[in-house]
Every structure is written in C-alpha cells, then in structure tokens.
Design a protein around this ligand. Structure first.
Ligand SMILES: Nc1nc2c(ncn2[C@@H]2O[C@H](COP(=O)(O)OP(=O)(O)OP(=O)(O)O)[C@@H](O)[C@H]2O)c(=O)[nH]1
Ligand SMILES: [Mg+2]
Length: 203
C-alpha cells in the first residue's frame, strides 16, 4: 500500500506563470465548486486541514500545490504534487471570474507537461453536465488520464448506490467499474491504487 510520508502546502498560483518550476509529476483535482476536491486531498493525505474546505462554494480560488513525499510498496520514496483547482460553475462568482477560472483550468490541462492525470470529481447525486463532459474530453485531447471520482457517496442510501453508479457511468460513456467511489466511509487506499499507475504510465 502507498504511504504518505509527508505532505505540505507549497504555493498557490493564479496564473500558469506562477506554477512551480520542477519536473515532479502532478495529479490535479477538478470539478464543480463544493463537490469535495479539497476534502479528498485531505482524506488521501490523512490530514484534517491540509487543503482548506468549506460549506460555502468557491473556497479554492487558485491552483494550490501540495507537495507529497510517498513511499511505494517496494520502499522507494518519491515526490508527487497534488494540485487543487478552483471549482467551476459557482453561480455567485461574476461571469468574468467564472470565465477566468475555466480558462485557467483549460490552459493548465492543455499545457502542463508534468500533469499525469486529473481526478474529475462528480457528486454521486447528480449527472455530469456539459462542464464535466468537456473536461474529460479536454484531458483526452491533451493526452492526460482522467479518473472520474464519485464524491459524497455516503449521502446515498444503500438501495440507490448501484442505480446512480450505472446512470452516471453511462452518461460518461464508461463502465460502472471505471468510476471510483469516495465518501466518508470509503477507504482511500482504493483510490490510491487507481491513481498510482497513472503517475507512472506513459501518456
Ligand atoms: N458527506 C460528505 N460531505 C463531503 C464529502 N466531501 C466533501 N464534503 C463536504 O462538502 C463541502 C465542500 O467540500 P470542499 O472539499 O471544500 O469542496 P471543493 O470542491 O474543494 O469546493 P471549492 O473549493 O469551493 O471548489 C464541505 O462541507 C465538505 O465537508 C463527502 O465525501 N461526504
Ligand atoms: Mg476547494
């Protein structure tokens, strides 16, 4: 199992010019505002407040870099960045701000060479909309892996779970087992097991 030996906030950047000058691979977390991106980073790193979360949408407004030191099963240590992106689709942001956020995301996914994969977060209680589908296509066109993560899975009743997974995977044109579940009761090592091969895989 992968171990997180260390995790710390490195920097926030409001444009591509401000991104770290390094060759460390990156995994980015993207999705609608309030979907649970920052919470997932905390869960994966087993930290309560590494990434700041909020009940109010629009909390994360920059590309926030978290520097991790990991240890793999063969005991090798290696660095990885988690990048927390600003959420899209937040109605209370001005139109200008929303356009800025989406332009920043598009440019980042298209241009960032170190980016290995995006985790595209989708609330398990709603179907993907144009934004989610466009992001997945954007990643595909840029040669970046895209892992769809269903968040807030604990909010579904047992009887609804399979139905929602089927509905959402179909909307993405994926198989149910392609989706990763995330929620208060879901173990994070399953997500790590899906993420790690993408860090090493050729794009
Ligand atoms: N029940 C439940 N609540 C969650 C889960 N993930 C996140 N939340 C809650 O959802 C709210 C938003 O979480 P954040 O992690 O701040 O969401 P975000 O996607 O980073 O939001 P922005 O930074 O605004 O784009 C918080 O109140 C979290 O506690 C989950 O898996 N289950
Ligand atoms: Mg956030």
């Amino acid at each position: 199992m992968i171990q997180v030996l260390d995790s710390q906030f490195e920097k926030g950047a409001s444009s591509l010019d401000g991104l770290p000058d390094s060759t460390i691979p990156e995994i980015a977390f993207v999705g609608r505002s309030n979907v649970g991106k920052s919470s997932l980073i905390n869960r994966l790193t087993k930290r309560k407040n590494l990434a700041r979360t909020s009940g109010t949408p629009g909390k994360t407004q920059e590309l926030n870099y978290y520097a991790l030191t990991l240890r793999s099963e063969d005991q090798a240590k290696f660095p990885l960045y988690f990048v927390d992106l600003p959420g899209f689709g937040y109605a209370k942001f001005s139109k200008k701000k929303r356009q800025y956020v989406s332009r920043l995301t598009v440019e980042y996914v298209q241009q960032r060479e170190q980016l290995r994969a995006i985790c595209l977060l989708n609330d398990c209680r709603r179907l993907p909309e144009e934004d989610e589908l466009a992001l997945r296509e954007l990643a595909f066109d840029a040669g970046v892996h895209c892992l769809v993560v269903l968040t807030k899975f604990d909010k579904l009743k047992q009887s609804q779970k399979m139905k929602e997974i089927n509905r959402i995977s179909k909307a993405y044109g994926l198989e149910p087992e392609d989706l990763v579940k995330s929620g208060l009761k879901e173990p994070t090592h399953l997500l790590w097991e899906r993420v790690m091969p993408l860090v090493d895989a050729p794009q």
